[in-house]
Design a protein around this ligand. Structure first.
Ligand SMILES: Nc1ncnc2c1ncn2[C@@H]1O[C@H](COP(=O)(O)OP(=O)(O)O)[C@@H](O)[C@H]1O
Ligand SMILES: [Mg+2]
Length: 362
């Protein structure tokens, strides 16, 4: 069945696969435009349900439930990249799916993702696909000291990865990941981590937000600071690289492209780390510091609306509230110039993303 690429009018419903905080903030942004959201999650207490007009609780592998869901909405999107590609394919005959299934398929596997980026002639860390200990021993000779061993699939927030220290036993590292297919990545000696939050409309128009400087602790994003201090020509190049990826994928929606910046004088100043085919944690500040946030622009793109302004009106710093940090909500709410966002999660497990604050510096 083909679909007229007509814009979804106010009152129409967008289906979102995934019910975490990203789905929640997408639903809030959709509401501002008079659009409704139907959230599909495999857990009964998904944070996005609080803000949704309709909900489905079912496994992502339940093709009949996916079909019913897709048939009830005007377009389908997803808020995390581990939605099975089969779910997107089951939905596709009933509603257009954005970003396209290829974006999902290629970014679910770190090796295929790196091949995509390298195939476009864009710089990535040296990498080797790993299927066992013998291959790992060979690969270790090629990628330089203290490399990262990561699972090919399902990693997030630094989970599913270990650093192989000098002199340590690689078999132990592989076993720590459960012996699943893995990737060995050379360590990039970066000066800063940055990201490009880009958006591409159904009509192919591309816009970007300012590049944040991101700091991670234990593999989890701690804060994003804007402006990043990156020289303008490097920001320009970073945006171009993200655009090349979006165009290659026939992308529609918001993309997050994580990059390493190696410094002013490096021969290869920007190396692409990973691609998120969705709204991104390092773009949360756009809710408070831009006229139109990454969430609204994603909804606009998926709904076939014109993209909104990505212009930033304030300098700012976004900080994640992890685990019990969320218990400080009352004093954070009292801070001048601070915008607080809580995700409605009850269980403040260590390292869990419970909310974030954006401190504006107009
Ligand atoms: N090849 C690398 N070189 C240097 N640092 C890395 C490398 N890979 C990962 N890291 C560090 O670990 C963090 C998390 O790794 P990443 O591959 O982005 O996985 P995740 O999916 O968990 O975000 C990165 O933001 C970076 O700080
Ligand atoms: Mg990452």
């Amino acid at each position: 069945m083909s679909h007229e690429p007509k814009p979804l009018p106010p009152g129409a419903t967008i289906g979102i696969l995934g019910g975490g905080q990203l789905g929640r903030m997408l639903a809030l942004a959709a509401a501002r435009l008079g659009l409704k959201c139907h959230i599909y999650s495999d857990v009964a207490d998904a944070p996005a349900f609080d803000c949704a007009a309709a909900r489905t609780v079912a496994p992502y592998t339940d093709a009949a439930a996916i079909v019913r869901f897709a048939a009830s909405v005007g377009a389908v999107t997803y808020e995390f990249e581990n939605v099975p590609v089969a779910a997107a394919d089951a939905a596709a005959p009933h509603a257009p799916v954005y970003p396209p299934r290829e974006a999902l398929a290629r970014t679910q596997d770190r090796v295929i993702e790196k091949q995509l980026v390298a195939g476009l002639g864009l710089p990535v860390a040296p990498f080797e696909a790993i299927d066992g200990v013998a291959g790992l021993r060979d690969a270790l000779k090629k990628v330089g000291p203290r490399p990262f061993l990561k699972t090919r699939r399902f990693g997030y927030d630094g989970k599913g990865q270990v650093v192989i220290e000098e002199g340590s036993d690689p078999a132990v590292a592989l076993a720590a990941l459960g012996g699943v297919p893995a990737i060995l990545e050379g360590r990039v000696a970066f000066a800063r981590e940055v990201s490009v939050i880009g958006v591409r409309g159904r009509d192919g128009e591309v816009r970007h937000y300012d590049t944040p400087h991101n700091t991670h602790e234990d593999g989890i994003l701690r804060r994003s600071v804007i402006p990043s201090g990156l020289p303008e020509r490097h920001q320009q190049r970073a945006r171009e690289m993200a655009t090349e990826i979006m165009v290659a994928l026939g992308y529609v929606g918001v993309i997050g492209v994580e990059m390493f910046w190696l410094g002013e004088d490096a021969s290869e100043p920007l190396v692409i780390n990973e691609i998120a085919p969705r709204v991104h944690n390092s773009g949360h500040w756009t809710i408070d510091a831009c006229g139109v946030s990454q969430f609204e622009n994603h909804i606009r793109a998926v709904a076939g609306w014109p993209l909104g302004s990505t212009v930033r009106h304030s300098d700012c710093e976004m900080e994640n509230l992890l685990g019990e940090e969320t218990h400080g909500w009352a004093s954070l709410a009292a801070e001048r110039g601070t915008c607080i966002h809580l995700y409605g999660k009850s269980d403040a497990r260590p390292g869990r993303k419970m909310g974030h604050v954006t401190r504006l510096r107009p």
